[in-house]
Design a protein. Structure first.
Length: 143
């Protein structure tokens, strides 16, 4: 019995000594960035879309980085289906960039999902969506 305990102790000590250097390292986390657009200026939207595209290219494609653009306040107008940025928004979503509209702003501006670009998604609150993403470790950019 004493010999059994001794053998167990030796095995444990051996394992702890030699296996700690062999720990498996986790793969690096996928980079994530959330961009805020709360201005109704087409130039700001184009800047945000350019930033998102550049990040995606720098990291080697949509499968290598998560990108989300959150729009609220005056910025929501650029997500309407008749906006000057409509084609660029559609291109961005097709390339894997998530574009999110604030439903609170839509309600205030009396907009419905039928008024919006068909390729976007929605969050109840744009500001809360930004807060959640930051809590989840997403980098935050406001162009």
């Amino acid at each position: 019995m004493i010999i059994n305990k001794y053998i167990q102790s030796v095995v444990l000590a051996f394992s702890a000594t030699f296996l700690t250097g062999c720990a498996v390292t986790a793969a690096p986390a996928k980079p994530k960035v959330v961009l805020q657009v709360s201005d109704g200026d087409a130039a700001k939207w184009n800047l945000a879309l350019n930033n998102a595209k550049n990040v995606q290219q720098e990291y080697g494609g949509a499968d290598k980085v998560s990108i989300e653009i959150v729009a609220y306040g005056p910025g929501i107008g650029m997500l309407k289906s008749d906006a000057t940025t409509n084609n660029r928004i559609t291109e961005a979503t097709k390339s894997g960039i998530q574009v999110v509209a604030c439903e609170n702003t839509m309600t205030t501006q009396k907009l419905t999902k039928a008024d919006m670009n068909a390729s976007i998604s929605y969050a109840r609150s744009g500001v809360v969506q930004l807060m959640k993403r930051q809590d989840e470790g997403w980098a935050y950019v406001r162009p």
